[in-house]
Design a protein around this ligand. Structure first.
Ligand SMILES: Cc1cc2nc3c(=O)[nH]c(=O)nc-3n(C[C@H](O)[C@H](O)[C@H](O)COP(=O)(O)OP(=O)(O)OC[C@H]3O[C@@H](n4cnc5c(N)ncnc54)[C@H](O)[C@@H]3O)c2cc1C
Length: 301
């Protein structure tokens, strides 16, 4: 069985950063990712607060980091980690198709999009329901769409969709946005964005296995074939469950060195409990976690 110094689970920006630092320290590492490299940031059409880039889209930024990973010949496995088992001083990492042994683990599994939790939602994902305006917006060129959510991500993606679609209706549960004033001002300038405050989706209509309309809680019907959901995220810490890593609402608790309560297990990025869920913080935590792994492996705990 392959045996590593460290296995990093998740190749979002946090995991890839940790991998870059560990590989440059000449450690024998494996980076495992169940989806595409870059994680959540692939859902963002425009980033304006990441230092070094006045403006960049998420997939380009993700690919830039992935290119660095590739250039360093970091061992990369497209697979899903299902279970981690502690075996004396080592960890057994079980994926869908393989098993590996490692001295340390970095959990960089991030977060995934929250669902509305209503009938037909799961069935219509990819058939009118999307969690990524950048990926799917083009399919609704010059059509009417709706977006649900009131944070920065929802408004940013509503602005993006308004340049492609005929009309964008923002469905907002509360009476005001959580997003920054800057995004709210930009929304007001758009003539093809309508905001429905104090409104929720009651049900989804389907025709030929595609979304055909949305019924609101006030009884109104929106005749849209596209619904984009941006209502926040949930931490993906399930994989650490049987290690007995301490969590709070699913978020992994770490100290300032990114150590969990389990010796040899570190975590970084959006999966940890913290105040700021952004690229800059996740990348910094990836670097810190890697440094802690290096110290741990050299016996300095
Ligand atoms: C729409 C949107 C817009 C945003 N805009 C900005 C912005 O403008 N500026 C900013 O700074 N931040 C922004 N963010 C936040 C930023 O994207 C995140 O803070 C950052 O990407 C978190 O990175 P991460 O590596 O911690 O986690 P993630 O990006 O969530 O990556 C985790 C990775 O782990 C993988 N994974 C999970 N479980 C497993 C498993 N069991 N096995 C294998 N792989 C697994 C996932 O597939 C994923 O690729 C935005 C986020 C969204 C959703």
């Amino acid at each position: 069985m392959l045996n590593f110094d460290s296995i990093i689970i998740g190749s979002g920006v946090a995991g890839m950063t940790a991998a870059i630092y560990l590989k440059r320290a000449n450690l024998n590492i494996l980076l495992i990712e169940k989806n595409i490299p870059g994680g959540q940031i692939n859902r963002s059409s425009r980033i304006e607060n990441y230092p070094g880039f006045k403006e960049i889209d998420g997939p380009t930024l993700a690919m830039n980091v992935y290119e660095q990973v590739n250039n360093l010949n970091i061992q990369y496995q497209y697979d899903e980690v299902k279970e981690i088992i502690k075996q004396e001083d080592l960890f057994l990492v079980k994926t869908k198709s393989q098993e590996y042994l490692t001295k340390t683990i970095i959990l960089a599994t991030g977060r995934s999009a929250k669902e509305l939790g209503i009938d037909k939602e799961k069935q219509l994902v990819g058939r009118g329901i999307s969690f990524c305006a950048l990926c799917d917006g083009f399919f609704y060129k010059e059509k009417e769409v709706a977006i649900v959510g009131g944070g920065n991500s929802a408004l940013e993606e509503a602005l993006y969709l308004s340049d492609i679609c005929k009309k964008v209706t923002i469905i907002l549960r509360s009476k005001k946005f959580r997003a920054s004033e800057m995004f709210q001002d930009k929304i007001k300038e758009k003539t093809n964005i309508e905001v429905l405050y104090n409104t929720q989706i009651a049900s989804l209509e389907e025709e030929n296995d595609r979304l055909s309309g949305i019924i609101l809680d006030n009884g109104d019907r929106l005749n849209v074939g596209g619904l984009f959901i941006y209502i926040g995220s949930n931490p993906d810490s399930e994989v650490a469950k049987n290690l007995n890593v301490t969590t709070d609402n699913g978020y992994i608790i770490v100290d300032e060195k990114m150590k969990t309560n389990v010796n040899g297990v570190f975590a970084c990025g959006d999966v940890i409990k913290k105040d700021v869920y952004q690229l800059a913080t996740s990348i910094g935590e990836g670097a810190t976690a890697s440094n802690s792994v290096i110290s741990y492996l050299s016996g300095i705990k």
